[in-house]
Design a protein. Structure first.
Length: 465
């Protein structure tokens, strides 16, 4: 005698089904909160389970990310390679090397109609299928209040005028905290939210997903602002800068509004742009042609000005710049290595050199009784500007790399140019923090001819990281 086994819910009439092959029919649940829901997972960084994620187009997120903007807010100067600072009214913007913050309205003004703003020089391309994500650390010393407005995120705005496009956090003059998107000057806003705790550093994320924008604070989703009906994107422009601004209304607020900004970064998810790391560094203002700390030109090349003649020395730099224009009076034959350029890498950075080009032209007077030979080299990672520095327990001599020679024969007239030296370093040269990069020239044959001057250019290709 057979006894059929029925599988059913204990409190309902629902029974499990069997197919024609006698196999139990199993349907996986499609609701994540219910038993039977299946997802891909692996070990998370703290031993827990990390759930695999998918992009808005259903693509598996593979961790491919492209860095598009990064400012750690270090040093005492706002990075002008990254940020515009439109002319403020009364308010000031100050960056502190000791606190690690850039502060908007650092002077704590309550002046009416006062304002200040930073916005990224680079406009972020909002490709909604490859999600751009902005991460900004911030704190505020006061809660939202009447007659003061703070905005932070993606945005195109001028002075105290309303943004024309954007997706940002807003501490409003109505004493509310909201998340806002703007499409062609028309705003879509979240409900009023609990404002971030004052005087606490918060980590914010703004994720642009095309059909909506997600706003996170301290890894918690605080608002999910969906596009207004009929709008194809959160913004009407496909390129919007990152921005932060404060402005007062026509009546003074009770407490000075301030915004303290720390590390700011922006990256693009799930898109392999094939941009090499040097390219990514250059796009965030780290090209070797400009200082990563002073944000000024790194080469010796003043507008409409000839270079001053270098004093050739083995122990002191003729120029302290990263290449550029040079000139020096033709010296007599000597085996002396001259430190024509001696550039010190800023503290905390590495200089990665990928190529060099050197030109030389005879000027001033014709080459007289002896030919002129220029023997070029690089000095890498010296702990001092002097090329005579030796290796000890506390010092490091320059590592010399020969580049080649240029020459002028007897009788070469003014204007004769030697062949350029152009080298690409397949294995980049690395100069460490606080160390020196030298461009070295030796003149193994020459005459100290009156008025004969060698002039040329040294171009350095590379980046800072």
């Amino acid at each position: 005698m057979s006894f059929p086994l029925v599988i059913k819910d204990g409190t309902a009439a629902d029974e499990a089904n069997v197919n024609s092959d006698g196999e139990l029919t199993v349907g996986l649940n499609k609701t994540i909160s219910k038993a039977g829901y299946v997802f891909l997972a692996g070990n998370g960084p703290t031993g827990g389970k990390a759930i695999t994620t998918f992009g808005p187009m259903g693509r598996l997120s593979t961790g491919v990310q492209t860095l598009e903007l990064f400012d750690p807010i270090d040093g005492a100067t706002v990075n002008s390679n990254i940020w515009n600072q439109p002319a403020p009214t009364t308010f000031t913007i100050v960056q502190s090397a000791t606190t690690g913050f850039m502060v908007l309205n650092a002077g704590a003004s309550v002046a009416i109609n006062a304002q200040c703003q930073i916005n990224s020089i680079k406009r972020i391309q909002l490709i909604n299928t490859f999600v751009p994500t902005a991460r900004i650390l911030f704190k505020t010393p006061n809660t939202p209040q009447a007659n003061a407005t703070i905005e932070l995120g993606f945005g195109a705005a001028s002075g105290t005028s309303a943004p024309t496009d954007g997706a940002f956090f807003r501490w409003s003059s109505a004493s509310e905290f909201r998340c806002v998107t703007v499409f062609n000057s028309v705003e879509t806003s979240s409900a009023a939210l609990t404002a971030p705790t004052i005087n606490v550093v918060h980590t914010s994320h703004i994720i642009f997903r095309g059909t909506k924008v997600e706003f996170y604070i301290d890894e918690v989703l605080v608002a999910d602002v969906t596009n207004a009906s009929g709008n194809p994107n959160p913004t009407s422009s496909s390129r919007v800068p990152l921005f932060a601004r404060i402005y007062n209304g026509a009546t003074s607020p009770v407490i000075p509004p301030e915004l303290h900004l720390a590390a700011i970064s922006l990256w693009r998810n799930d898109l392999n742009t094939n941009k090499l790391w040097p390219t990514q560094m250059s796009t965030i203002g780290r090209g070797s042609y400009q200082s990563p700390t002073l944000y000024t030109q790194s080469a010796n090349h003043a507008n409409s000005t000839s270079p001053a003649s270098a004093t050739l020395s083995n122990t002191a730099a003729g120029y302290t710049t990263l290449g550029g224009r040079y000139q020096f009076a033709a010296p007599a034959t000597a085996a002396t290595d001259f430190a024509l350029f001696g550039f010190q890498v800023p503290t905390g950075y590495q200089l990665i050199i990928t190529g060099i080009k050197i030109s030389a032209t005879n000027t001033g007077a014709a080459v007289a009784t002896t030919a002129t030979i220029l023997d070029w080299a690089l000095g890498i990672n010296s702990s001092a500007v002097s090329l005579a520095t030796t290796d000890t327990a506390t010092t490091w001599a320059p590592r010399r790399i020969p580049l080649g020679m240029q020459g002028f024969i007897v009788g070469n007239a003014i204007g004769v140019t030697a062949n350029d030296i152009t080298i690409k370093f397949d294995t980049p040269l690395v100069v460490d923090s606080d160390r020196f990069f030298h461009v070295i020239v030796q003149v193994p044959l020459g005459t100290a001819t009156a008025l004969q001057v060698i002039r040329g250019d040294v171009t350095i290709n590379g980046y800072f990281e």
